[in-house]
Design a protein around this ligand. Structure first.
Ligand SMILES: O=c1ccn([C@@H]2O[C@H](COP(=O)(O)OP(=O)(O)O[C@H]3O[C@H](CO)[C@@H](O)[C@H](O)[C@H]3O)[C@@H](O)[C@H]2O)c(=O)[nH]1
Ligand SMILES: [Mn+2]
Length: 416
């Protein structure tokens, strides 16, 4: 399958807490495969990720591991109660619980690998590249770490005690690994392992000199590749609305989309029929016109670089051994459907045919035509159960649908 030996106790790890970030994780995973990564590919997900995306992720990643935002240990509950904004942050920290690996490289789901980066495994914890905005801090989008429950516990304790100066993982990790900027230059990854696609060109002569050796591009900041629309015929993102910064950024975006179009969209192909039954409309028309005909292997190992086209069949996803829920002490009630073990080869892949749980529905709209592909977040109407739960949790939309005037209207309707 792969020419090099895969070193099985080391892994590339990413995180996706929703279906939108899963699109990024898929492209990242595929880019690692394209560059013949010799380590396992692992994606951490949370219960919000739909069943469909879970199955698709297993086609690119060796392990899809569900982690929960809420851990059963009391001090974590405390941290959550006091600092709810640390939610996604604490999720990234779960990567330290992957103790079946001796060393890992974490990559944000908004990164793209342009050449082989296996040499990162020669580095030790905690190695990261400088943040382009404040180079005495590291950027937490790419880092080398050593899984350890002890470190995980210390990190969570640190979050509880000190919070995070930016309200997220980067601030927390920088204050935890506070000697990074001065202690050991070997722990400074070169900028080519985490080139911010937005900032790189503030020093354009450096980009001119070193840009060709870039190995990892990071689409840091609020606008991600999946926020653009892409013209598959031209092979380029569309400018409208997003205000493209410059030519280099555009070419990285185009590269991301090329992988998305040729290697990720076809993975949805096998679900097209079910999806068509479920919603005959145009949106979420998975695998529509520009997705290529389905042929080839379900586990994409393209022979060449990113331009190589990978296609898929409807054959069963890889064995379930690569797929398990984390056996950490999580806040999982018995029989909680949100923590089910993923075993795609034993289950029908996905239920897209009707009133399944919210987790079963695809949370993204993939709109496709010959001229344009776009990925959009689905605006979901909450179910009556969800609405009720929100009320009971005190999350009331006083300004919107729960405003007094709206409630009055409802009462009036009821009384009439
Ligand atoms: O709703 C979300 C948000 C984030 N993520 C994951 O968390 C990562 C970080 O979020 P991102 O949107 O990529 O943040 P950046 O724009 O890269 O911003 C910076 O700030 C973040 C918060 O400190 C750090 O996590 C990043 O590494 C750092 O580059 C993502 O790539 C995903 O892997 C999700 O899964 N779901
Ligand atoms: Mn990022």
């Amino acid at each position: 399958m792969c020419s090099k030996t895969r070193i099985s106790d080391q892994a590339f790890v990413t995180l996706a807490t929703n279906d939108i970030y899963c699109q990024g994780a898929l492209v990242l995973g595929q880019s690692l495969r394209n560059q013949r990564a010799t380590r396992k590919l692992v994606v951490l997900i949370t219960p919000q990720v739909s069943s469909l995306l879970r199955v698709i992720l297993t086609k690119v990643f060796d392990e899809v591991i569900e982690v929960n935002l809420i851990d059963s240990a009391d001090y974590i509950h405390l941290a959550f109660l006091k600092r709810p904004e640390l939610g996604v942050t604490l999720t990234k920290l779960h990567c330290w619980t992957l103790t079946h690996y001796s060393k890992c490289v974490f990559l944000d789901a908004d990164t793209l690998v342009l050449s082989n980066i296996d040499e990162l495994f020669d580095r030790t914890e905690f190695s990261a590249a400088p943040d382009p905005g404040w180079p005495d801090c590291f950027n937490s989008g790419v880092f080398v770490f050593q899984p350890s429950l002890e470190t995980h516990g210390l990190l969570l304790q640190h979050a509880t005690d000190h919070g995070s100066f930016d309200g997220a993982d980067q601030g927390l990790l920088n204050s935890f690994f506070s000697s990074w900027s001065t202690a050991d230059i070997h722990k400074h990854l070169p900028f080519i392992y985490n080139l911010s696609s937005n900032n790189a060109y503030t020093y354009s002569p450096a980009f001119k000199r070193f840009g060709s050796s870039v190995k990892v591009v990071h689409f840091l900041g609020p606008t991600k590749p999946w926020n653009y629309k892409y013209n598959p015929q031209m092979g380029s993102v569309l400018e409208e609305g997003s205000g493209l910064a410059n030519q280099h950024q555009t070419s990285f975006l185009n590269l991301w989309w090329k992988i998305y179009q040729h290697s990720i969209l076809p993975l949805y192909g096998s679900f097209r029929d079910e999806e068509e039954h479920a919603s005959p409309g145009h949106s979420a028309g998975i695998g529509e016109p520009c997705a290529k005909p389905a042929v080839g292997s379900s586990h994409p190992w393209p022979a060449e670089g990113p331009s190589e086209q990978t296609m898929v069949t409807d054959d069963t996803p890889p064995s379930p051994e690569g797929c398990h829920s984390e056996d950490q002490p999580m806040d999982k009630g018995e029989g909680d459907p949100s923590v089910e073990i993923l075993e795609p080869s034993q289950e029908p892949p996905v239920d897209v045919t009707g009133d399944s749980s919210p987790q079963d529905a695809l949370e993204v709209d993939l709109a496709m035509s010959v001229y344009e592909i776009s990925i959009e977040e689905k605006v979901k109407e909450p179910s009556p159960e969800e609405e009720r739960r929100k009320w009971e949790e005190g999350r009331i939309d006083y300004m919107g649908k729960d405003a007094f005037a709206r409630i009055q209207e409802k009462l009036d309707r009821f009384l009439q």
